[in-house]
Design a protein around this ligand. Structure first.
Ligand SMILES: *[C@@H]1O[C@H](CO)[C@@H](O)[C@H](O)[C@H]1NC(C)=O
Length: 313
């Protein structure tokens, strides 16, 4: 009894990320699937960034923000997928405790920045539609730059506060994390010290980091929609709506998937389903975002067509 206790208290130095089980027939398939997703995501987002940077008439705040979001999506998938791919390829599912915390830390910064950038975009759309006369004065290159920098810095600060505490934790109960990347709650469960204060702190910070942006976005969209509904001509309504429809779709996809992962109680949902939702939230949204803004958007479509023609010629 005593011996077991002593062994239990030995701090562990690495975790095992259980991922999607270890069915040997499934691993190569999953590897290929995630490899394709990774390549498509990185290529699609790079293409979009190149398009924004090289096309003079996309040099407006809306596309700057989308371009920055694309850069973020590249980092975001790169924080999760290469590690998952390596473990699927080699069958080695261990990850050092430090590596796991670094993954958690970068995931935290990137998720929060994504929410803030999407909020900045709704502010941009709000000004463009509800306050068109003052748009040029209120939203320009400098303001846009401040919004982008502010998003990164505040996410960095919030995530650093949480992770200073996480770095001090010791882990000893079990090595197994039943997930495919190091997310906060599955990891924190393995700590051998009392984490209630840390969980409360994280809860408060996540509420600030996600709920406040959500409320700001919601308020912007309520103004946007009421303004659009008051436009007398249906062509005018459609035109105004088309400038924010892609943003609205991205927001909806992100919030719905994030809600299913983090709010729906895990108790009634099978673990596998929970992981599949997490795949949607972490891996599939970055892949489909560039598709959403290109397909839904005439200007992007035009620029893409012109660039391709130029390349061919
Ligand atoms: C990101 O935003 C900044 C500030 O507005 C802008 O100058 C830059 O070009 C953007 N980056 C991309 C890739 O769109």
């Amino acid at each position: 009894m005593e011996k077991a206790e002593v062994r239990n208290q030995t701090p562990i130095l690495e975790f095992i990320l259980l991922g999607f089980g270890n069915d040997p027939e499934l691993q190569p398939l999953l590897f290929l699937l995630f490899l394709v997703i990774y390549i498509v995501t990185v290529a699609g987002n790079i293409l979009f960034v190149v398009l924004v940077v090289t096309n003079q008439h996309l040099h407006i705040p809306m596309y700057y923000l989308l371009g920055n979001l694309s850069c973020l999506e590249i980092c975001y998938t790169s924080a999760i997928l290469p590690q998952l791919l390596a473990s699927l390829l080699t069958g080695d599912r261990t990850i050092s405790v430090k590596g796991c915390i670094v993954q958690l830390y970068s995931f935290g910064i990137l998720t929060n920045t994504e929410y803030l950038l999407l909020t900045a975009m709704s502010y941009d759309r709000y000004l463009a539609i509800c306050n068109p006369l003052r748009y040029a004065a209120l939203m320009n290159g400098a303001v846009c730059w401040q919004l982008v920098a502010g998003s990164w810095i505040s996410s960095f600060v919030l995530s650093t506060i949480v992770n200073i505490f996480v770095f001090q934790l010791t882990f000893c109960d079990s090595k197994e994390i039943d997930h495919f990347f190091c997310d906060f709650s599955p990891m924190i469960k393995l700590s051998c010290v009392d984490t209630r204060t840390l969980e409360l702190l994280t809860f408060i910070i996540s509420v600030i980091g996600t709920f406040v942006p959500f409320l700001l976005t919601l308020t912007s969209y309520i103004c946007i929609i009421t303004t659009i509904l008051r436009i007398p001509s249906s062509i005018g309504r459609q035109k105004a709506f088309s400038t924010c429809s892609s943003h609205l779709i991205v927001l909806a996809v992100l919030h719905v998937t994030a809600l299913t992962v983090y709010v729906v109680p895990t108790a009634n949902v099978p673990k596998v389903l929970h992981k599949i939702f997490a795949v949607f939230y972490t891996v599939l949204t970055p892949m489909i975002n560039p598709v959403i803004y290109s397909l839904r958007n005439k200007e992007v479509n035009e620029s893409l067509r012109k660039s391709i023609l130029k390349l061919v010629a």
